[in-house]
Design a protein around this ligand. Sequence first.
Ligand SMILES: NC(=O)NCCC[C@H](N)C(=O)O
Length: 411
Amino acid sequence: MTFHVDSETGRLRRVILHRPGLELKRLTPTNKDELLFDDVLWVRRAQQEHDIFAGLLRYRGVAVHLFGDLLAESLAVPAARSLVLDRVFDEREYGPLATDRLRAAFDELPGPELAEVLIGGITKREFLERHPEPTSVRFHVMDPDDFLLHPLPNHLFTRDTSAWVYDGVAINAMRWPARQRESVHFEAIYGYHPLFAGERSGRFHLWSEGQGAHPSTIEGGDVLVIGNGAVLVGMSERTTPQAVELLARRLFAAGSARTIVALDMPKRRAFMHLDTVLTMVDGETFTQYAGLGMLRSYTIEPGSGERELKVTDHPPEHMHRAIAAALGLGGIRVLTPTQDVHSAEREQWDDGCNVLAVEPGVVVAYDRTVTANTHLRRQGFEVLEIPGGELGRGRGGPRCMSCPVERDPVS
Ligand SMILES: NC(=O)NCCC[C@H](N)C(=O)O
C-alpha cells in the first residue's frame, strides 16, 4: 500500500475521519469559545450526520479509517504510548509532584480507554473515582469538575492536524492551545500504527517541527495540494510565513514539491483557513468566496543552495495568474455564485466553499449551502449533499472533516 496525495480532486481512495464522541459532550456555553466552537452541539445528531458523511464516502469507494481506532491501536505499541504520555504529562503542566503519578495511572489503561480519555478529556472527579489523590498543590487547587485533561473536540477536523503533500505528511504545530495536543496523536499514528509503520522505511516522508515550533504554526486547512508539484498555502490567522518557508525547505529537500504559492490572507476567525474560502473542484477550477477578493501572493521555489529559496512577489491582481502558472496552465477557472453580500457571508460561514472532491468534478458539500451548491451544479459539477446542521457549528465542512491519505493525481 502506498500513501500519497497527488492532488485536491483526483480520485479519493483513502481518508482518516473522526467520528465525534465524548469530547463533544464536554462542550458547554462556558468553554465553547476557548475550544474554538460557536455553539454546543446535539451530539447524537452530529454523530448521525457524520455517519452519513462516512457512509457516502464508503459508497463512493473510499476506504475510511476512523481516527479513534487508529489512535487506540497505536497506543498498543509501547513506543507510541510513551511518546504520547511523555508529551502530555509534562512537569510544566502538572508540576513536579503530580506528573509521574498521573502518567503512571494513565499508563495502566488499555489502548481504547486511553484513547477515549485523551480525546474526550477527564475531570478531576472522574480521575478520583479510580485513583488515589496525588499529594500535589497543582492537583489540590483544582475543583472536582475541572478538566485534568481538556477534551479535544476539534479532532473532528482531521484535515488540520496533519496534511499529506504528495509523497509525505506534515504533522502540524497548531496555533491555539485548544488544538495543540492533537499533533502528538498523529505522530503516534504515522510513526507506529501498523497501517503506516511498515511504510516508514522511506516510502513516505514525515515532516514534523515538533512541540517547540511556535510561532512557526501551520494548519492543514491552509494547505492545498493543487497538482503539478505545486502547493497553495494560505498565510492565515493560523499559518505563519515562517512556517511556510520551513515547509518549503522540507518539501524541496525531499523532492516532494516544486513550487509553493503562498497567499496573504486576512487574519480573522471567519477566514480561519484557506479552505473555508477557496477549494478546488477539478484540476483547473476553484470555488471562491466573493468576500475574499484578490490577495498578495508569493511564489516560492528552490533557490541556488540547499538553504536558499527563490521568492517572487505578486500584486493582488495577479493572484489567479500566479496559481495558474504554478499549475502550468494558461489560466484557472474561479467560480463564485452571484448573491447579495449578506447571503454570501452566511454561506461562507456555513462552509459553502469547503467542499471535498471525491473525483474531478464530484464534490461533497453541506446541504444548507443551497446557492453555492446550485451554482456548482449549473456549471456542470456533481454535488453530493450531506446534512451539517450540527457538525457545521464547529465551523468546518466536508474538506475540513477529512484527511486524505491516498488520492490520485488528476489525469
Ligand atoms: N480546515 C478548517 O477550516 N477546519 C475547521 C476547523 C474548525 C475548528 N473549530 C477550529 O477552529 O480549528
